[in-house]
Design a protein around this ligand. Structure first.
Ligand code: T4K
Length: 361
């Protein structure tokens, strides 16, 4: 009998019956979009859950970044990390700004803030770091450098839903934190995302910009586009939010199992982070060489298991971006990293099987 294939992730989903109750309401009211009651309810629920000032739900994490760049009127150069998903640098480009890549920390794999000052020019307007795999980047270092050079800070917090640092949500940092609620994220609305900001006026501007530039009275008062979240997506978010804490603890247990099983394996390392400042949405491992990584992928694939090379290649190597001098840390990490399968109902026996393949030399 052939085994079921195992992919890098599967969505965390509440029971269908819970979602159906929201669908029934939508069918009855006929309200499907235009910042309807479920979007407003989800924004309130997220604000309360996270303990932040303003949450503006939008149609994707990419749109959240785009609106943040637009609402802050950024132009020129934006300093960012080359170790990320393509969306991070692409959206900077899309907004006709120039992504300026600086290298990452070899342990946390996040942008190294000590390199910001050297990259600043007269055209620099912002820094856009990522909390990669949900590990907080050095937010104090980033904000200190940004203040020194009068730069805005947008965090790509696509992976960081639910992460807390001490008493505060990580998403409360920066001018805007942009989070993704894509199907593959630890909290999902199918497609979706949000801008989180403590600046009420900025939040209002983003609200207008996601809805063609309309104000509450439907007068056009700003530039805008259509980046609204639908009621269908918001209803899914409301039911998934109810079980988010359970998802967090389930994923944490699975990551701990991975780490126990791989602890003694030579040439395999984990991301450096504080476990209580992490949401365990990914299970990245770093190999001592790319050849070994390729052998592991081949063995896993032969057994019907499909991990992903998040994030390869280092973005500065892509021809669509201006050529940079080498960024050795990011390029080396990107060549050697593999995200192993991780989702709520991944069986412990499958984790053991995966670790067996990873451990083989
Ligand atoms: N910034 C960062 C740092 C990001 O990582 C991302 C997105 C963004 C910004 C932008 O956020 P969004 O605009 O996407 O909200 C996936 C996701 O599409 C993307 O959201 C995510 N990061 C990126 C890291 O991963 P792919 O190309 O790997 O997706 P895909 O379709 O190959 O899916 C991976 C696996 O997930 C599949 O093997 C099966 C499973 N899957 C996927 C989908 C779409 C499901 O089980 N159900 C599904 O519906 O990009």
């Amino acid at each position: 009998m052939s085994r079921e294939k195992i992919y890098v992730t599967r969505p965390s989903l509440a029971p269908l019956t819970e979602y159906e109750s929201y669908l029934a309401g939508i069918w009855e009211s006929g309200i499907m979009t235009h910042n309807g009651p479920l979007v407003q309810r989800l924004e309130r629920a997220l604000r309360d859950y996270l303990g932040v000032d303003n949450v503006v739900c939008v149609s994707s994490g990419t749109c959240a970044l785009q609106l943040a760049i637009r609402a802050l009127d950024l132009t020129g150069e934006i300093i960012t990390t080359p170790f990320s998903f393509i969306a991070t640098a692409n959206i900077i480009n899309w907004e006709r700004c120039v992504p300026v890549f600086i290298d990452i920390d070899p342990e946390t794999w996040n942008l190294d803030p000590t390199l910001i000052s050297r990259a600043v020019t007269a055209r620099t307007t912002a820094v856009l770091p990522v909390h990669v795999f949900s590990a907080p980047c050095d937010v104090d270092g980033v904000e200190e450098a940004a203040a020194k050079h009068d730069l805005k800070v947008i965090y790509d917090a696509a992976h960081a839903m639910g992460v807390r640092r001490g008493n505060e949500s990580l998403l409360s940092r920066g001018d805007v934190s942009a989070v993704s609620f894509h199907a593959t994220k630890i909290f999902n609305t199918g497609e979706g995302g949000a801008c989180v900001t403590s600046d009420g006026e900025l939040a209002e501007r983003i609200r207008r910009m996601r809805f063609f530039g309309f104000d509450a009275g439907k007068d056009v008062v700003d530039v805008g586009m259509n980046a609204k979240m639908t009621e269908l997506n918001a209803g899914l978010g409301l039911v998934n939010l109810r079980r988010f804490d359970l998802t967090l603890s389930t994923r944490r247990r699975k990551c701990e199992l991975y780490e126990r099983l791989l602890a003694g394996v030579r040439g395999v390392r984990f991301q450096k982070c504080r476990r209580n400042e992490y949401n365990h949405s990914y299970m990245p491992v770093l190999f001592d060489g790319e050849e070994r990584l390729l052998r592991v992928i081949e063995r896993l694939n032969r057994d019907g298991i499909f991990p992903r090379r998040y994030f390869h290649p280092s973005l500065n190597r892509l021809a669509i971006f201006p050529k940079t001098s080498p960024l050795p840390v990011s390029e080396s990490v990107a060549d050697r990293i593999l995200c192993l399968p991780l989702y709520d109902d991944l069986a412990d026996a499958d984790i053991e099987r995966i670790c067996g393949h990873v451990a083989e030399r």
